[in-house]
Design a protein. Sequence first.
Length: 434
Amino acid sequence: MPHNIFVLGLDEANLPTLRAVPDAQDYVFHPLLTVEELQSGEVSVPGLLAEAEKVLDAFDGHIDAIVGYWDFPVSTLVPILSERYGTRSTSLDSVVKCEHKYWSRLEQQRVTDAHPPFGRVDTESADPKPPQGMEFPMWLKPALSYSSELAYGVKGQEEFAEATARIREGMGRIGRPFEDILSRVELPPEMADVGGQVCLAEGALEGIQVAVEGYVHEGRVTVYGIIDSIQYPDSSCFLRHQYPSRLPDPVLERLRDVSERVMRQIGMDAATFSIEYFYDPRSDALNLLEINPRHSQSHAEMFEYVDGVPNHHSMLSLALGKDPKLPHRQGRYATAAKWYYRWFADATVHNVPSNKDIESIERRIPGVRIDVVPEEGQRLSDISQQDSYSYEVAHIFTGGESEEAMRAKYDQCVAALGLTFDEAEPGGRDTKNA
């Protein structure tokens, strides 16, 4: 009998990679709420649970798994629904320990010093100040956010005050619903009065950004991939993720060691994770940036290109009680990347290609896949979940025998897309995007 798998926020972009996992012929993927319902505006956790339960209760068949690969609220809905319907998942409190950036830091410092200095910011103060002992530059961010939304790098008190005001005004969209989740877990004394609407200051980090992906199965932590994250020149915005990492083996081993210790401390099990770090080759310093209690769906094509199987396989296998191990270097390409084609000023987008046009480009250039973000005539500032400094206009996946081959494919794709932008400020486009 086929396995009925309900996917929170099932989207067209991930269907091809979900269907590319081993044994996919035995899986039936059922959508459970849309991405728009889950991430647009201020969500209601009780409302989302009620809508999801309607779908699950009406299903005439056996529910074998409930999974998701998006951030809050999906990450927290999975364990709640899994407990109610008897499917496999990690505990809710282990997810919250990852999602709440302040609680996560408290857990991390119990097992490693590989993290930046951090502290809470009093956003209600008429004259907010950095936490005691912290110096500029630093980053300010809400306790819960995604896609770097409301995250600001600040170099002085004036920027600090401006960023604090923006965060205070905007963090409730996610913070208020998150407080419903906090009410469902047992909080330690040090978290009792923190809540979901809190601003965190963290020391600025330098170096190479890298992501460690893995899973916990029957209490054992396994790292299956390490990915480099390369930024635009003179910017904190990602240009591309590249797999496998080019860091030296001793650094990769340190990344695995810290990841294993932290995930054991968090107490996660039967789930995937993705941990972001900075490694500074000048000082040899390693610092943990944040823990995501799910694998990165945006890395799925890279694992398929290089290892032969998308990383969705581990998530699905864990949920079904199967071996989550991924193959190693059995894909078509030696290296792969996800590129972020960005625009660095507000503009209206024109000449957006049709799906048929995109499929033609993908056929013409082997080893690429393209997702265009805006619709024809859409203003970039109307697109949700953008970072504080740029707008994503396309995600371009490339596989190649070398970094140079991948870069050439990316340049070809950008030219073939032919997107145009009007009403942009002079110099708005980052001319160094290649």
